[in-house]
Design a protein around this ligand. Structure first.
Ligand code: C2G
Length: 129
């Protein structure tokens, strides 16, 4: 059976997140999601997510299209994660286009268009106002 893997923070879960997960799940039989850790976000984006990692994992894992979640603790471990979860396909949003082509030797790499006009940053701003 075909295994699809994707990665992301999925903070303040929104329709853009759901849509990419649904499209990724369509590519195979099982969708496995690497949810970026709080520490990874602090080091890469300079701020902690609104929702802590265990809550983000619970929310993503509860979606019908998601079979399994794990904690993504380092961007440098992508190849290890893909091998560990036996990925046939790596699916990512096109904000990452080209950045994961190096994994084409172990799985098919697919980029999906982002859903326009929705983002965690925009939601945080809207709530703040
Ligand atoms: N996404 C989308 N449309 C939006 C917003 C997000 O399709 N309007 C997609 C992104 O392209 C990504 C996924 O939803 O594929 C998760 O987005 P983020 O939580 O912003 O993930 P990010 O912090 O970019 O992931 O290894 C990657 C890291 O985990 C970082």
């Amino acid at each position: 059976s075909m295994i699809v893997v994707t990665f992301g923070t999925f903070d303040v879960l929104h329709l853009g997140h759901l849509r990419i997960l649904e499209r990724a799940a369509e590519l195979g039989d099982r969708l496995v999601v690497g949810v970026s850790s709080d520490a990874l976000n602090i080091s890469k984006k300079g701020r902690a997510p609104v929702f802590p990692e265990h809550e983000r994992m619970r929310l993503v894992g509860a979606l019908r299209c998601v079979s399994e979640v794990f904690l993504e603790e380092s961007l440098e471990l992508k190849r290890n994660y893909l091998l560990r979860y036996r990925a046939d396909v790596l699916a990512m949003g096109d904000d990452w286009r080209g950045r994961f082509d190096e994994f084409s030797d172990i799985c098919r790499v697919v980029y999906f268009e982002r859903t326009p006009a929705i983002s965690t940053t925009a939601l945080i701003e809207k709530i703040r106002l």
